[in-house]
Write a protein that binds this ligand. Structure first.
Ligand code: MG
Ligand code: MG
Length: 246
C-alpha cells in the first residue's frame, strides 16, 4: 500500500477538484438525443483546458477518456453514436492525472424523466457510498467498509456487484488495496492515515452476476437489469475520511 504524504494528498485534492468540476459540466450537459461520444469529446476538451490528462485513455486499450455506461451496463461502457433516451440511467466515470497523481470519480444520471424504481436505485447507491465513506475511519478495516455498504444495500432490497471493486489510487490509477463493496467486519487491511482509495458501489436491482457487454469493453448485468454506480476518491486522514473528488 502506498501511503501518501500531506503534500501528495494536496496535489490529489487539486486534481480531484478539477475532476469534480468536469463531471459537473458533463452531468449538466446530459440530455435526450445526445450521442454519448459527445460527452467524451467534452471531457477531452475540459481535461486539456485544465492542464490535466485523462487516466483512462489507452488504459487496457480503452480508446476514450470517459466511460459511459447505460442501464444494464455497469461500468467501462465505450462512448459511441448511441443516443441517450428518455429514462436511461447513464453512468459517467472519469479519471484525471494531475501533477503526477490520478483521481477517479463516477456519477449516475437519469436522462429526462425518471421512474420511481430507477430514482430509488440511484438514491440507494448514493447513500451506500456515503455510508462507505463514513465508515472509512483510521483503525477501521476495508471489511468494515464493504460490510457497511452491503448491509445497507441489502436492507433496501438490492445487491452489490462482487466481481468489480474499488481500489487504492495515486501515482497509478489502480493500486493496492482492493476495495470491495462487501466484506466481513474487522477483516481486510486496516485503514491508515495517508491511504487514498476509490470507493465505488455498483448496485443492482436484480442478480449480482456480470457478463461482458457487446462493445467489447463494458461489463453488464447478466440478467440485463439496471445498475447504478457512484464513486469518489477518498483520503484517510486523522480528522476522518476526506472526499477529494468534490
Ligand atoms: Mg472510476
Ligand atoms: Mg475506480
Amino acid at each position: 500500500m502506498h501511503l501518501k504524504t500531506p503534500q501528495e494528498i494536496q496535489l490529489m485534492r487539486e486534481g480531484g477538484h478539477i475532476l469534480a468540476e468536469i463531471l459537473d459540466v458533463l452531468v449538466d450537459a446530459v440530455r435526450v438525443g445526445m450521442p454519448t461520444k459527445e460527452l467524451d469529446t467534452m471531457a477531452r476538451e475540459l481535461i486539456t483546458a485544465r492542464g490535466a490528462k485523462p487516466s483512462f485513455l489507452n488504459y487496457n486499450g480503452f480508446p476514450a477518456v470517459l466511460c459511459v455506461s447505460i442501464n444494464e451496463e455497469i461500468v467501462h461502457g465505450l462512448p459511441s453514436e448511441r443516443k441517450l433516451k428518455d429514462g436511461d440511467l447513464v453512468k459517467l466515470d472519469l479519471g484525471v492525472l494531475y501533477k503526477g497523481f490520478h483521481t477517479d470519480s463516477a456519477r449516475s444520471v437519469i436522462v429526462g424523466s425518471a421512474s420511481p424504481k430507477i430514482r430509488k436505485l440511484v438514491d440507494v447507491t448514493a447513500e451506500a457510498l456515503r455510508i462507505g465513506i463514513d465508515t472509512a475511519q483510521v483503525g477501521k478495516t476495508l471489511g468494515d467498509v464493504g460490510y457497511a455498504i452491503h448491509e445497507y444495500v441489502k436492507s433496501q432490497g438490492y445487491d452489490v456487484v462482487r466481481d468489480l471493486i474499488g481500489h487504492g489510487i495515486g501515482a497509478e490509477v489502480h493500486e493496492e488495496p482492493e476495495v470491495p463493496n462487501y466484506g466481513k467486519p474487522g477483516q481486510g487491511p486496516v485503514l491508515k492515515v495517508g491511504l487514498v482509495i476509490a470507493i465505488e458501489p455498483m448496485v443492482v436491482i436484480g442478480g449480482h452476476k456480470i457478463a461482458n457487454g457487446p462493445d467489447g469493453f463494458s461489463y453488464i448485468t447478466a440478467d440485463k437489469k439496471p445498475s447504478a454506480h457512484i464513486e469518489h476518491t477518498v483520503a484517510i486522514t486523522e480528522n476522518g475520511p476526506e472526499i477529494l473528488t468534490k
